[in-house]
Write a protein that binds this ligand. Structure first.
Ligand code: T46
Length: 139
């Protein structure tokens, strides 16, 4: 099966801030800013200094991730090339669809990463070994 390129599986999405003199607000709406029905929301916070997370791919899950506070560096890998993306703004979202290996590094102490997901939590959707990820890409 032909694999799509990495760029077609990830996309940076700008969330326009709705601001006034009181401050800013971002609204995420299904099928507008988020191209799927959201079945689950989770957030990652309190990541200890020097700790990296992720190291897996998903079989079917689509997600939009945004650091609403702080920042972290995401590494995305489609089996052919790797790309670093800094999530460092509450207006900068990352859409990840398809078979993409992801890692998260260099969390700032204040980082809160919010993730909108297209499916409920299902451990069977995770590919947690890089060898299995490469096998899935070639099947
Ligand atoms: C992803 C990256 C960006 C649940 O019980 N329900 C959930 O919805 C999630 C997301 C996790 N968990 C449990 C499973 C583990 O026992 O929470 C624990 C930590 O999850 P995990 O080690 O998978 O966390 P990360 O930070 O490595 O990865 C997470 C998401 O799991 C993953 O889908 O793409 O963030």
């Amino acid at each position: 099966m032909q694999q799509e390129s990495l760029l077609s599986l990830i996309r940076l999405v700008h969330f326009p801030p709705l601001g006034d003199d009181r401050g800013s607000l971002v609204a995420l709406e299904t099928h507008k800013t988020v191209p799927f029905d959201v079945k689950r929301v989770y957030y990652i916070f309190g990541t200890q200094a020097g700790v990296s997370r992720g190291f897996h791919a998903h079989r079917a899950l689509q997600q939009v991730a945004v650091c609403v506070t702080g920042k972290c560096r995401m590494v995305l890998d489609d089996g052919q090339r790797r790309e670093d993306v800094w999530l460092d703004s509450p207006t900068k979202g990352l859409l990840i669809g398809g078979l993409v290996w992801r890692e998260m590094h260099d969390f700032s102490p204040d980082c809160v990463m919010l993730v909108l997901a297209s499916e409920h939590y299902d451990e069977a959707d995770y590919i947690r070994s890089y060898d299995d990820f490469q096998l899935a890409l070639s099947s």
